[in-house]
Design a protein around this ligand. Sequence first.
Ligand code: ADP
Ligand code: MG
Length: 714
Amino acid sequence: MKDIKDIPCLFGSLVFNDSVMQAKLPKETYKALKKTIAQGSHLDADIANVVANAMKEWAVEHGATHFTHWFQPLIGVTAEKHDSFISPVGNGRIIMEFSGKELIKGEPDASSFPSGGLRATFEARGYTAWDPTSYAFIKDGSLCIPTAFCSYGGEALDKKTPLLRSMQAIDAQALRILRLFGKTDVARVITTVGAEQEYFLIDKEVYLKRPDLIYTGRTLFGARPPKGQELEDHYFGAIKPRVSAFMKELDEELWKLGIPVKTKHNETAPAQHELAAIYSTTNIATDHNQLTMEHLKIIANKHKLACLLHEKPFTGVNGSGKHNNWSIATDTGVNLLEPGETPFDNAQFLLFLAAVIKAVDVYQDLLRISVASAGNDRRLGADEAPPAVVSIFLGDELSAILDAIENDMPYEGKEKVQMEIGATVLPHFPKDGTDRNRTSPFAFTGNRFEFRMVGSAFSLADPNTVLNTVIAEILCEFADKLENFADAEDFKRELAKLIKSTIKEHKRIIFNGNNYSDEWTKEAEKRGLLNLKTTIDALPKLMDKKNIELFAKHHVFTETELHSRYEILLENYCKTMRIEALTMVDMVKNSIIPSSISYQNEVAELLRRKTEIMYDWDNSVPNFSTSVEANLLIALTAATVSVYKKTEELENALLKIKSDTDIEGDELTMAKFYRNTVFTIMTELRKPIDELEAVVAKKYWDFPTYAEIIYSVN
Ligand code: ADP
Ligand code: MG
């Protein structure tokens, strides 16, 4: 980019967005497409052909030669299969062609994507279907068409389909509530999401020297650096020129894709940074975040850097999350989590708030599951991340208001007012940082909730599918109740009763204190809140009857679909753990033990020579207890023996998984074995490795240390 003035032109320049559509499509086609986008109505084949052709013309003008359906399978970032636009016309000539059929439907070979048993191998076909609500874009010379991915039986094989379904569910239920408040002008309710993405940036050369970072995304060992984040000088420090150049290019590339990235800054840990985009509709925000994660990696590479998206790349150093700012808004532009201007609107706000409170309390398990992974297990519950216990922060003011409502007491805010629902104007809650509780997993921040448990490597799809569905369910329960009261006075009375009783029944989920403290864990237990510490504790709850019923009722997942996700999550957990264990074994055997032996050899050789010299000199022998070499040898030997033994134990545990049919045959048993046995041995093995790292001479140690990694970018 040459000039700041170019940014508005740059923004969205690689996106087939509304203004491009308007310019490139015949009026009638444009109108039909807009209708499809707005209402999800069917797009007729002729129109699809016209749209496809215009898309192709535009894409070719921008240098694209290929197109791909772009989708989010159940694991991994995104999937693509590129086809070129070329089509032979005889005489060895070709034209560039793209049909409506190709736009609307694709048939990637589904057998290479996980389906959790949904797709028998004899029926390996799946298809991708265009999601016209998310604009097509150009990436690396290909026109990318955002799509959903389903099996031929119609089961969702991706993350987008359930997300779109959950958006429909909450739309339908929220509209019922709004109708009760007389909001007839609202045609659609959407959920909005703004994500803050944390990541680490390290030097590529350093990265390439750590097989654990390459294969597992995190370091499997490493002694604490002499300087960590204790001085807190990174967060407020200036962005280093190399990082700044990276961020600048990243901004520009993301802007071209129409991704409204706005904020960038250093984070708490050295080498840690954050990027935030302005919020948008949930499925768009999700697609954008996928693209953002992909570009973080690509652009880092161009700058000879490596971007780490793992939730906990370094033990003892802050991990990375993805704060999911969530709200619910009308197509008329009203944020339903913003206190209104009139008492009646405030009653509506309180009802939506009550729905969120109840939903989070009743479905704590689902929220926890939506952020469960082997990677995030390393982070949740560690010092800087919210604990595994789900709770809501409302802030003092809002909590005091709810208190007053619950107890029929006056609210002593700026002025003393009787908290009668429907008769009181609520204060607007401060949105600045001062009132923030950064330890809460789910915090109200003035006009939205910030779900802070999401891991940095996650797709936004899962947590938002859950959020939308659980809140849709409670809105549905509320609507079922309130729709029985047509008379205005009856309605107000019932509304007040409902808000009050919901607060009473679910206030245990509200906690405004320090979520990182041990007292809170104890208090949470007293309140009966769930503490699902690890993925393995959380995942089985996905298949609880209440959860199966919930997703089925709102047409988000069939029981079969839900079960397939459960299987894939478990399978993925086991695979991650296995790769980590194998990588550790490999690093120990090929490098750590040989390094230690080489160094021992050097020390022993010196000791031998010294002994020889002393003996030749005056027939004396060295005093081993004061000999540096002898002491070093003892320390090295002890640590190396521990490493050797633990590695053997680890290998045996891995062999057991393959040979023990009880473990092999059941995914949950296997996952538990990885968690309880394999991971425990890995933790024990790490200790003597870290001891060795501290003792073995630098020139023998093959791996960059924590200090060398986190201070590698200058
Ligand atoms: P902080 O770090 O203080 O939490 P940031 O400014 O970094 O705040 O991020 C706030 C995020 O919340 C941004 O992505 C912003 O777009 C998003 N946000 C603001 N309003 C809404 C809303 N109504 N719905 C969803 N997200 C929102
Ligand atoms: Mg935040």
